[in-house]
Design a protein around this ligand. Structure first.
Ligand code: SAM
Length: 184
């Protein structure tokens, strides 16, 4: 029987480098979890195998590296969950970024001033045309995915329009690198 308390149920998770990889999908699932969540952290070595067998329902890893203790890993899990809870980010700030295995990278963000050290915020973002802004965001999100996390494209939820944009971006990337080769 896993950790249970009279009248209350818990999901008991061990932070462990051998655990299932913690990702946005698992963060979303945990934020919808009805039970209270107990996060157990080991230190130096891990914890006694009998405790794991008796109490632990799941092992979660935050990456393929070994930390001294599970405290920082637990904070990562807590933070990724907390920002998904209603009210944490406020109604205007819906969570952005890679949310699931079918998502792309986030688009770039800008704040004031409109010009900083000669660098301008893209004109489209200053114009107030929401449809154009959404189009720009999608294109930049696809560009960021192509440049920084091309692995996500294999599972991303892409429309026909997205695929056309990606093709265009790949072509312009190819042309840019050919130009660089000619100049060097
Ligand atoms: N020999 C142990 C093993 O492989 O599990 C090493 C334990 S590690 C030095 C000490 C504790 O740090 C672990 O029990 C775990 O709680 C935490 N920890 C280390 N790396 C982690 C990771 N990548 N993800 C989550 N927790 C980690």
């Amino acid at each position: 029987m896993k950790a249970e308390h009279p009248g209350e149920r818990f999901l008991t998770v061990l932070l462990s480098p051998q655990g299932r990889m913690f990702d946005q999908k698992r963060a979303e699932e945990l934020s919808a979890e009805q039970r209270r969540i107990i996060l157990l952290c080991g230190h130096y070595e891990t914890i006694d195998e009998r405790v794991i067998g008796e109490l632990i329902e799941e092992e979660l890893s935050i990456g393929d590296y070994v930390l001294t203790g599970g405290e920082l890993a637990a904070l990562v899990v807590i933070d990724a969950n907390a920002r998904l809870l209603p009210g944490v980010l406020g109604t205007r700030n819906r969570p952005t970024g890679i949310r699931s295995a079918t998502d792309c990278s986030d688009h770039p963000h800008y704040t004031r001033p409109a010009e900083f050290r000669g660098m301008r915020v893209p004109e489209v973002l200053l114009g107030g045309n929401h449809a154009e802004i959404e189009k720009w965001r999608r294109r930049e999100s696809l560009r960021a995915t192509l440049m920084k996390r091309p692995d996500l494209l294999a599972t991303a939820d892409l429309s026909d329009e997205d695929r056309e944009i990606l093709e265009e971006l790949r072509m312009s990337c190819k042309m840019q690198s050919e130009k660089c080769k000619l100049q060097s």
